[in-house]
Design a protein around this ligand. Structure first.
Ligand code: ZN
Length: 369
């Protein structure tokens, strides 16, 4: 997510991110453009960025850089025209602001009020709003990131029933295996789970699994955004609104989804490959270089032991952060060998790849699925 300082051009942001990755990445990578404000210059820049190899952009309906409905409409229309895809963080800004202030005024500052101040309806409303804006934008492709609620999913389903295709949704492991109870852990343990959207009530989890099975959710990603529990997260110890939002999850995604999805028979092995690899490769313009095993495609392979038993702990992981939200979770099935472009980069949980091996991938225009 190529964020930049307020008011900067998309090109500037991407240059900065190139510098951050240069010589360091161990696997291939790309960037999503982040649209933090909308004006003529930004809209005119989109074509050049897409032609350069970045066809996906994210904007937010909340936070200080939130995009308004008319701006969203302009971006959706333009990206459709250019063969790009609009991805949106869907939460209703005003509902959240009102509730945050209300809880703060009442002295309700514990981590659980993070989720209470970002209710399911705040996501549902924003999802439904964007679906309608995308319909007005001549059925522009819309990709809803980190969907966390059954309510949002219902709006997606009902739009599809009305015949609006080109709506795609992503969820993440945290919304499939964790829930709101985590915010009540002792010693402010709930701060570890402060992310947006927040963890939800239990009943949402099976609804999201069903959405995956039925094909209404096409991708499981991570929203990986770590902060140390003993450092940055402690900013929220007396006030949840001061806690940085985000949690780690990039290393645990594949193992958790295999175990909770395939081993527990919620989804088929084919569906697992589709939602973790093939679908995102197609939607984000990487297919068939990535996302398939075929002559001419990159040899990016994960070889699993489907019966291996693993208990997730912070110590077994390589993420650069002092905790994992999945501590103690027991998995059946875990990756044994990981290959990037034909080279083995990890074996039996040991990283043996090389810094700088990863290349920036120029992506194509998107392929609707
Ligand atoms: Zn987001």
């Amino acid at each position: 997510m190529a964020f930049g300082p307020k008011g900067c051009s998309l090109k500037h942001q991407i240059e900065v991110y190139h510098n951050l990755a240069q010589g360091k990445a161990v696997i291939d990578y790309s960037f999503h453009g982040v649209i933090q404000h909308v004006n003529k210059d930004i809209l005119n820049e989109l074509e050049e960025i897409i032609n350069y190899g970045i066809p996906s952009f994210k904007f937010y309906l909340t936070y200080g850089y939130k995009v308004e409905n008319d701006e969203a409409l302009a971006v959706l229309k333009k990206l459709k025209e250019l063969g790009g895809i609009t991805t949106v963080h869907c939460e209703n800004h005003e509902i959240i602001n009102y509730l945050r202030e209300d809880y703060l005024a009442k002295g309700l500052v514990a981590p659980i009020y993070h989720s209470k101040s970002r209710p399911e309806e705040a996501e549902g409303e924003a999802v439904n709003r964007m679906i309608n804006v995308a319909a007005v934008a001549e059925n522009a492709p819309l990709y809803i990131v980190h969907l966390s609620t059954a309510l949002g999913l219902q709006y997606i389903k009902s739009a599809k029933e009305r015949g609006q295709d080109n709506i795609f949704a992503e969820t993440c492991p945290q919304y499939l295996v964790l829930d709101e109870e985590q915010y009540k852990l002792p010693n402010n343990g709930g701060l570890k789970f402060i992310m947006s959207p927040p963890l939800r009530e239990k009943n949402n989890k099976e609804a999201l699994w069903k959405g995956i099975k039925d094909g209404d959710i096409q991708v499981i990603a991570t929203d990986h955004c770590p902060f140390n529990f003993n450092k940055e997260k402690q900013l929220g110890k007396d006030d949840f609104t001061k806690c940085p939002n985000g949690a780690p999850g990039v290393e645990t995604r594949i193992g958790i989804i295999f175990s909770e999805g395939v081993s527990k028979k919620r989804i088929s092995l084919n569906k697992f490959v589709e939602i973790t690899s093939t679908n995102p490769a197609k939607l984000f313009g990487l297919y068939p270089k990535k996302g398939t095993i075929a002559v001419g495609s990159d040899g990016d392979l994960v070889i699993f032991d489907p019966y291996k038993k693993v208990t997730i702990t912070k110590d077994m992981l390589h993420e650069n952060v002092d905790y994992t939200p999945y501590e103690g979770i027991k998995l059946v099935g875990y990756p044994e060998i990981i290959m990037a472009r034909g080279e083995i980069i990890a074996r039996n949980n040991e990283f043996i790849g090389q810094k700088g091996y990863g290349k920036f991938i120029k992506r194509n225009k998107i392929e609707l699925i």
